[in-house]
Write a protein that binds this ligand. Structure first.
Ligand SMILES: Cc1cc2nc3c(=O)[nH]c(=O)nc-3n(C[C@H](O)[C@H](O)[C@H](O)COP(=O)(O)O)c2cc1C
Length: 178
């Protein structure tokens, strides 16, 4: 059962959880992948509600977003097995089926092609309406030093030499899986 929610009523909950980690789920062909994110923004542009994610160059997720420009944001609501965010934030879908490894249950989506996840039941279904590679020249030196160490390979799950692409996802559906 899904309970439709008003996105703005849950904006505070979503942003609080984001700081601890939520999932960004993508699908290409029949494959579903998910990764932990702790950066993102919720807001409005072009009179639409938008959730923006920031994905480094080497993430497998980025390939999926380029192949199928849709994603779900899966937010913990209630209890969550902490190991889920650990697995999904350190292993790459390039060589692991994280859905299986983390014991996640996929739920059919309402509007887009990418599924929701039962274990992280607060769901946003998003379709990308804008994307932009972030310009290193426009990033402060302090942030560059801290977040883009050029001696760390892009395959590392933490800060590394790769810059982010911002993907703006229009929020087309918001609900709680009950
Ligand atoms: C708490 C946490 C937050 C993270 N946030 C982001 C993020 O916002 N953007 C990003 O590109 N990677 C982020 N990562 C790293 C990815 O989750 C990690 O590299 C993951 O293995 C990528 O999976 P993929 O290769 O299947 O896409 C985060 C990791 C953790 C543990």
């Amino acid at each position: 059962m899904k309970k439709e929610i008003n996105l703005w009523d849950y904006a505070g909950d979503i942003m609080k959880e984001l700081q601890k980690g939520v999932l960004l789920t993508t699908k290409s062909g029949e494959r579903v992948n998910t990764m932990t994110i702790a950066w993102g923004t919720l807001g409005i542009e072009w009179a639409r509600p938008i959730f923006t994610v920031f994905v480094r160059e080497n993430r497998y997720t980025r390939t999926f977003l380029e192949e199928n420009p849709e994603f779900t944001i899966n937010v913990p609501y209630g209890t969550l097995d902490k190991k889920i965010l650990g697995i999904c934030g350190t292993k790459s879908g390039k060589d692991t089926d994280k859905i299986q490894l983390a014991g996640l249950t996929l739920e059919p989506p309402e509007v887009i092609s990418v599924p929701a996840i039962r274990e992280l039941p607060l769901t946003l279904e998003c379709r990308i309406i804008y994307k932009q590679k972030q310009d290193p020249e426009a990033i402060t030196e302090e942030s560059k030093r801290k977040f883009y160490p050029q001696d760390v390979d892009g395959s590392f799950c933490g800060s590394n030499r790769d810059y982010h692409t911002a993907y703006y996802g229009e929020v087309l559906a918001a609900y709680l899986i009950e």
